[in-house]
Design a protein around this ligand. Structure first.
Ligand code: AMP
Length: 402
């Protein structure tokens, strides 16, 4: 497909002030960054702009401070770690309102190739409402805007969409380009067979993804909590498993759609059951594997079974393109992570193009040490899902066309 948007390769930023929206929404524990993948993913664009002699003003949100300063959600630790990763100072300009006169003075004093980082954009209440005042504040800092924040591309906020109304030159960065190229090619022009794997908790969260992927893929694999609504729709007893009774008709429709289109829709043929949901989530738990048509009324399905894991791994083996979003079971518990691990392993072992939608499946793949075996791990969970739904992402649409 290729992205028809101008990128950092299409502009000259020498001597110019460049506002760069990154996705520095990293997990923090006691002020320490526990997963820096998103920082590492942002480096190519930043380095390119530095090399071109731009004056780089970085911005991002972090967590949900809900429109007011929250010290524990300050981007200060990100500035420190980014400086180390870049081998160059990233000056943190902390303002409780993100942009004020002191920030403007700091920007005016910048030299070519220097980098500053603004405070958490969600310290401002307007940010998530795409309010005009904050969009203008941000735009007042720069002559060029670069959006490299794929993780928020499905939202229209000040720092990724509003700001583009007040700056003429708006382009995407390398990370955004890479995300869209991988996801876009996989969905629109996949090398076949194309296998899509969906898991996670609820059917309701993935209605449009299921429907859209059924049209694009050759085989759709369903696992995780979602699977039980499908099994119930087939008329099976699913015990106390997670089921959305309002979506049973929908699941039936999807099974009919698959048949009509001649697509394979794979559901668990066996399932790992327990008496109840583990509490705490990683508690030791007694489990049993039963065929999917033999789930007792008082038991709960919490992972795919061993035969299903083999069936899914075989489907992956015969694929040339695989897209995966969502765990196959309650993978936070080692006893219930086996299905997710088996699927991750099958992706790690294939030569096919393997694309991991962000969120839990990305975390699972990285935790298992399979990260570098995948063709692409998306940095955006919600954004990659909306992309797989076939929706246009407002953060991408706002950039200048080629
Ligand atoms: P999602 O955010 O939709 O990707 O869902 C991820 C969550 O689904 C994880 O926290 C899993 O523990 C949960 N999950 C996966 N399989 C099941 C299941 N069979 N029953 C309940 N929750 C599940």
């Amino acid at each position: 497909m290729g992205l028809n948007k101008k990128s950092v390769d299409d502009i000259n930023v020498n001597g110019k002030k460049v506002l760069v929206r990154c996705d520095f929404n990293v997990p923090l524990k006691e002020g320490k960054i526990t997963d820096e993948n998103r920082l590492v993913a942002a480096l190519p664009t930043i380095k390119k702009l530095v090399a071109d002699g731009g004056r780089i003003i970085l911005c991002s949100h972090l967590g949900k401070p809900k429109g007011e300063p929250k010290p524990e959600l300050s981007l200060a630790p990100v500035a420190v770690r980014l400086s180390e990763l870049l081998g160059q100072e990233v000056k943190f300009v902390a303002s409780p309102v993100v942009v004020d006169d002191s920030v403007k003075a700091a920007v005016d004093a910048m030299k070519d190739g220097e980098i500053i980082l603004l405070e958490n954009t969600r310290y401002r209440a307007e940010e998530t409402k795409n309010g005009e005042a904050f969009s203008k504040d941000l735009a007042s800092l720069a002559e060029v805007f670069v959006n490299d924040a794929f993780g928020t591309a499905h939202r229209a906020h000040c720092s990724n969409v509003g700001v583009t109304e007040y700056i003429d030159t708006c382009v995407v960065g390398y990370l955004m380009q890479k995300e869209i190229d991988f996801l876009g090619n996989a969905v629109e022009t996949p090398v076949r067979p194309f296998v899509a794997i969906l898991g996670g908790a609820k059917v309701a969260d993935k209605l449009n993804v299921i429907s859209n992927l059924l049209e694009k893929c050759d085989t759709l694999i369903i696992g995780g909590g979602m699977a039980y609504t499908f099994l119930k729709a087939k008329g099976l007893e699913v015990g106390t498993s997670l089921v959305d009774d309002t979506k049973i008709d929908y699941c039936r429709e999807m099974m009919e759609k698959a048949e009509k289109l001649g697509k394979k829709l794979l559901l668990p043929i066996d399932t790992t059951i327990a008496a109840e949901f583990p509490s705490p989530i990683d508690a030791e738990i007694a489990v049993e594997v039963v065929p999917s048509d033999a789930i007792p009324a008082d038991k709960m399905g919490l992972d795919i079974g061993t035969e299903t894991a083999k069936l899914y791994a075989d489907a992956v083996k015969s694929a040339k393109t695989v897209v995966w979003n969502g765990p196959m079971g309650v993978f936070e518990n080692p006893i219930l992570a086996k299905g997710t691990i088996a699927v991750a392993k099958s992706l790690a072992e294939t030569d096919a193009t393997t694309i991991i939608g962000g969120g839990d499946s990305a975390a699972a793949v990285n935790q298992l040490g399979f990260g570098d075996k995948m063709s692409h791990i998306s940095t955006g969970g919600g954004a990659s899902l909306e992309f797989l739904e076939g929706k246009e992402l407002p953060g991408v649409a706002a950039a200048n066309d080629k």
